[in-house]
Design a protein around this ligand. Structure first.
Ligand SMILES: [Zn+2]
Length: 439
């Protein structure tokens, strides 16, 4: 199947954060789900008669978004929200979250850093569920009483976190002591984890810890990073506090999430260690508007929001690679993932740097190297917008997202773009299964 996006008004190819990654009046040819050519548009030049053609002379085209901090198993963090995701209907909710993240949020690849299990990744890969292609950490490792330890209001459930209790394909996120930590990393590798996610500092939304306290002891974090390295897995760390960021960097964590108290000294250390940062600016803003959270949590929300944009500016001034990650854990966030771009721009990150961290750079850092850039041979994962979202991603808020293509197929019904429908996908998945069973 061939699709020609003809005379694209403005195209960003995802390869760089500079102007050389921008193109105007170009033809983008897609063939069998891949990018096959990106060439200047020549009016009147002969066209391939086999190609469907979409006039893009008023449109902006970008690679599909790569969200480096997702939680497809979270609909909210209040008691009822968590309960819903631990009940028998949770898979249906996951399907809804994946679908809206792709079709409305424009995310064609997502790194889930806590909750998603291997069957979800496989169901997307096999077309059983429509959603962003997944990279998964399965768990978010934390100590007892740490960021992953969500107990009920009476603080019962001694050994169980309600956030992600053990489930098929997912061991407990709680581990203590170097040997238990090593064993948990081994279990996660066996469960199909693509990376290890660890809490190097306490969290904001967790009811039982305080920001200035310690999460893992150095010996525990060292054990986790060493065991991950021995299995070729990178480690991403939840890290708000300066001490947590330092601990993470010291032991070889690759990517720092949230970074609320990052300062110039820590930026230098991150540089030495070759680390990236995923600030998750949008979710911290959304927290200020969250309803029904305990007073202790709202106090932490205030503390991080006083420092967070300064931390992003330190990362920016120090030229650290900044990745796009939403941490969509509040109601109404799933399916609006482009909001993280809006908030990074508000924090002062130049738009093309934001876009690079949401496309080509993100793809490289999470190991999804066949996507994220619009160059020949890459997966045809891309967005078509009716307005210049490269200059100002806030235009997504006003309906600029026309089409989301994943592997060359659209999902929003833009005229001329071959569509993948949920019905079609279900039928295809079942037919593949029947064909297999018939041998
Ligand atoms: Zn998170």
């Amino acid at each position: 199947m061939k699709l020609l996006l003809e005379n694209v008004h403005k195209l960003y190819d995802g390869t760089d954060s500079g102007a050389r990654a921008l193109h105007e009046n170009v033809d983008l040819l897609l063939e069998n789900g891949r990018v096959s050519a990106l060439v200047p548009h020549r009016p009147g030049a002969p066209r391939d008669p086999a190609a469907k053609v979409v006039d893009c002379s008023r449109y902006t085209v970008t690679p599909g978004l790569i969200d480096c901090h997702g939680h497809v198993t979270i609909l909210g963090l209040r008691e009822g929200d968590i309960g819903r995701m631990n009940g028998p209907a949770s898979a249906l909710w996951v399907e809804k979250v994946l679908h809206t993240t792709l079709v409305d949020g424009g995310v064609t690849t997502l790194r889930d850093v806590g909750g998603a299990t291997h069957w979800m990744k496989r169901a997307v890969a096999e077309g059983v569920m429509l959603g962003p292609r997944l990279k998964i950490s399965v768990c978010m490792l934390s100590t007892t009483g740490g960021h992953a330890d969500f107990r009920g209001p009476d603080r019962c459930h001694a050994e169980l976190s309600q956030l992600w209790p053990p489930a098929p394909g997912r061991p407990s996120s709680l581990c203590d002591g170097p040997w238990e930590c090593r064993k948990r990393v081994r279990e996660l590798a066996a469960c199909g984890a693509d990376l290890i996610k660890v809490c190097a500092s306490p969290g904001v939304a967790s009811p039982g810890d305080k920001l200035e306290h310690r999460e893992f002891a150095p010996e525990e974090l060292a054990a986790i990073c060493d065991e991950a390295k021995a299995r070729g897995l990178r480690v991403a760390a939840h890290a708000h506090s300066a001490s947590g960021i330092e601990l993470a960097l010291t032991h070889g964590v690759h990517d720092l999430q949230h970074i609320s108290f990052l300062d110039a000294r820590l930026v230098d250390l991150a540089h030495q260690k070759g680390a990236t940062v995923t600030p998750t600016s949008w979710t911290l803003f959304e927290l200020t508007r969250a309803k029904g959270l305990p007073a202790a949590v709202m106090e932490k929300v205030k503390q991080v929001n006083e420092h967070h944009s300064t931390a992003v500016r330190h990362a920016l001034a120090g030229e650290l690679p900044i990745l796009m990650g939403t941490d969509a854990v509040w109601p109404g966030m799933h399916g609006r993932n482009w909001q993280e771009l809006v908030h990074l721009v508000r924090d002062g990150v130049p738009p093309l740097r934001v876009w690079h961290g949401a496309t080509g750079l993100a793809a490289r850092e999470i190991g999804a190297t066949d996507t994220g850039t619009l160059v020949p041979g890459q997966r045809a994962d891309l967005l078509i917008a009716s307005a210049d979202v490269l200059d100002d991603p806030a235009r997504f808020e006003h309906g600029a997202l026309l089409e989301v293509l994943q592997d060359g197929l659209g999902h929003r019904g833009l005229a001329g773009v071959p569509q993948r429908t949920f019905a079609g996908a279900s039928r295809a998945a079942l037919e593949a299964l029947f064909a297999e069973s018939r041998g």
